[in-house]
Design a protein around this ligand. Structure first.
Ligand code: ZN
Length: 340
């Protein structure tokens, strides 16, 4: 493994982080080398990035998976890649169409091939700025900024500086949201695509519908790792655009791949494959319960009050074994044949 010296732009934590080999930290990003030349990328909190990314450096060039939530976050990611290699980024993969993984696409520029599932292309070429996920999140982000600004009126002197930092982070995020000009994948796959580049084999798999209709996982067989996007997280992912009925079978196909390490679209990476079994069990029961309520004619609003899957918190993070109204509404759409 290549040892990468720690670069931390503010310099405050240099002594702490220098002990951590294989980690490069910029002001905005943490790049952890999880296999030779393969980096798991997460945000430091100094800007709103919202989702994780992966960087794969080959002998010739660089492949990036997911571009974050805004052009500004995408630019900061690209800048960070420049700290770990001088090779050019030539390929960007979108794990799925969701705004928090793909609205940084435009930062990569026309020279970079953008790859995604056919469905991702379809969703992003249509009206991505009208997607309920993007609209809802943008609204919440604007509201959060107003609330933070209002809090300035009452904050104590000790807390003021931290609040001002938070406000500037949130304001920059809202500002960059306004410059989003979505870029859809220019190259698509239906089932599988493999890059043989610069001594590496990088496989893209569509294993079936799950978190969306076009989730792609990025599998590196030699490195025995997989980037799963939001199809598989450290607990059940949000089902509001998902196919909960098909999700367990899709995860079954994920388990056929030979890997030890899972890099998810949100949260820390993990090695515990049993989590996949637990998420499958959660989805099976969720689908059963929601289908029964739907058959009884219970409204989605009432259904969400009646669903209790808290016993899954034995094996999964408690915060993730809930389902929100949009999740139930989506499952009702799937049951009624109106989901896309
Ligand atoms: Zn997502």
């Amino acid at each position: 493994m290549r040892v990468v010296l720690c670069v931390f732009v503010t310099g405050l934590l240099t002594s702490v982080l220098a002990a951590e080999e294989h980690v490069v930290e910029t002001e905005t990003h943490r790049f952890e080398e999880v296999a030779d030349g393969v980096y798991f990328v997460s945000g430091t909190g100094a800007m709103v990035t919202r989702s994780n990314a992966m960087v794969v450096i080959t002998d010739e060039d660089v492949l990036v998976v997911d571009s974050h939530i805004t052009p500004a976050a995408g630019r900061a990611l690209i800048e960070g890649v420049g700290r770990i290699t001088d090779k050019p980024i030539r390929t960007l993969v979108n794990s799925h169409f969701h705004y928090d993984h793909s609205h940084g696409n435009q930062a990569f520029g026309p020279g970079v091939r953008v790859v995604g599932h056919e469905y991702t292309r379809h969703k992003m070429a249509k009206a991505p700025l009208e997607e309920h996920t993007f609209v809802g999140s943008s609204e919440r982000d604007r509201q959060a900024l107003e609330e933070l600004r209002a809090a300035l009126e009452t904050v104590s002197d000790e807390e003021r500086e931290a609040l001002e930092t938070q406000i500037s982070i949130q304001a920059a995020h809202v500002e960059s949201t306004a410059e989003i000009d979505p870029v859809a994948p220019d190259t698509t796959l239906a089932k599988k695509m493999t890059f043989f580049r610069g001594g590496r084999e990088i496989e893209l798999h569509f294993l079936g519908r799950a978190h969306t209709g076009g989730d792609v996982v990025v599998y590196l067989p030699a490195e025995r790792l997989v980037f799963t996007g939001d199809m598989m997280l450290g607990g059940p992912p949000w089902p509001g655009d998902g196919w909960v009925n098909e999700w367990p079978a899709t995860l079954e196909r994920l388990k056929q791949l030979d890997f030890d390490l899972i890099l998810p679209g949100h949260g820390p990476y993990f090695r515990d494959r049993e989590l996949i079994d637990y998420v499958q069990a959660f989805h099976r029961e969720l689908w059963e319960v929601v289908s029964a309520l739907h058959a009884e004619g219970v409204s989605a609003e009432d259904a969400v009050e009646r669903i209790d899957l808290s016993h899954h918190a034995e094996n999964l993070p408690a915060a993730r074994v809930r389902v929100d109204l949009r999740g139930v509404q989506r499952m009702y759409m799937v049951l009624e044949g109106t989901a896309e």
